[in-house]
Design a protein around this ligand. Structure first.
Ligand code: UDP
Ligand code: MG
Length: 312
């Protein structure tokens, strides 16, 4: 197969000056060891530290192997990967984080799986080294997402993944402004597989996700792949109406038999607050979808590239 072994590695970079010098030698060694043509595409997602300078050093020292796409601002990890997909030339495309939490030495194993005929190779982090609350939150997110999207993935968050060209081409054709790459790929995959990979603590620099960004990302995941939350809202509404109808009948009978009631004002308030809470979150869920529709119809570019190096 002369034309099916070119490997593109896509790495989003956002303020990673501490880890890049450690990442690059290991990554290059791992890729050289495979004896295949390859390219490494770094996407600088609006870093404000020395990341871009470091990337330039890699580029100068490795002509023809390293490419840089420099965003004009911070568009987020998933948009950086989308840009990398758009510009990649490989038959096999690997995504990897810059923070060395997933070892680049695992890349040959992923490539091997694609050679075996799988079109998407997912990974499951073994003894994941992240703060406890994040692991716990991930467990819930994985379970809920699988439920409502109908996908089957054990670890949505692990970004060390491999894709065959045809899958990346399909993703390139879905012009969504908010997206979650592993779930999107899983949706189009015909013959996916998941393999265990190592996971380390972040040694250099710190996580680029605050708790609010993580929550937003998870909303992308839920609303981007299913209408179930909207249907759930309708069903909750119907259930509540039905229950209050029963309650109304009960009150009517009570009035006829026992007489009018007066006490229990706070119980009433409490029930009312509870229902208001449900109403507000339902409106919020609908708002999530409307917001996303708004972002889509505005049709702003999903990312803006300031400059590119390499790949001519
Ligand atoms: N990243 C990015 N843009 C962002 C946030 C993160 O390109 O807005 C990159 C970051 O440089 C890293 C990867 O995405 O290569 C994963 O980020 P991080 O390790 O901080 O996420 P975590 O491991 O905490 O989920
Ligand atoms: Mg990380």
């Amino acid at each position: 197969m002369p034309n099916s072994n070119f490997v593109s590695v896509i790495i989003p970079v956002f303020n990673e000056e501490e880890s890049l010098p450690h990442l690059f030698p290991r990554l290059r060694a791992s890729l050289e060891g495979m004896n295949r043509p390859y390219e490494i595409i770094f996407i600088n997602d609006g870093s404000r530290d020395r990341s871009l300078q470091l990337l330039h050093e890699f580029y100068r020292e490795n002509p023809g192997k390293v490419r840089i796409i420099d965003f004009n601002g911070n568009f987020g990890q998933h948009m950086a990967i989308v840009a990398g997909f758009d510009h990649s030339r490989g038959d096999i495309i690997i995504t990897l984080d810059a923070d060395l939490q997933n070892p680049p030495e695992e890349i040959p194993r992923i490539v091997e799986k694609i050679d075996e005929g799988h079109d998407v190779v997912g990974t499951v982090r073994q003894n994941r080294q992240d703060p406890k609350f994040r692991k716990f939150a991930s467990r819930i997110v994985n379970a809920v997402t699988n439920r409502i999207t109908g996908l089957r993935l054990n670890d949505y968050g692990c970004m060390l993944r491999g894709y065959r060209r045809d899958i990346v081409d399909i993703i390139n054709k879905s012009f969504e402004s908010t997206t979650f790459i592993p779930a999107l790929a899983q949706k189009f995959a015909v013959n996916p597989v998941e393999i265990p990979v190592g996971h380390d603590e972040r040694e250099y620099g710190s996580s680029k996700y605050s708790i609010f960004r993580l929550i937003r990302l998870n909303f992308d995941l839920m609303t981007g792949f299913s209408l179930f939350p909207l249907q759930a809202v309708t069903m909750i509404g119907m259930a509540v109406s039905f229950l209050s109808f029963l309650f109304a009948i009960f009150l009517m009978l009570r009035r006829l038999i026992v007489g009018p009631e007066a006490e229990g004002v706070f119980t009433l308030l409490n029930i009312n607050f509870f229902l208001m809470g449900i109403t507000m979150s339902c409106v919020g869920i609908i708002g999530e979808y409307i917001g996303r529709i708004y972002v889509e119809v505005r049709k702003r570019p999903r990312y803006v590239i300031r400059r590119e190096w390499g790949g001519e």
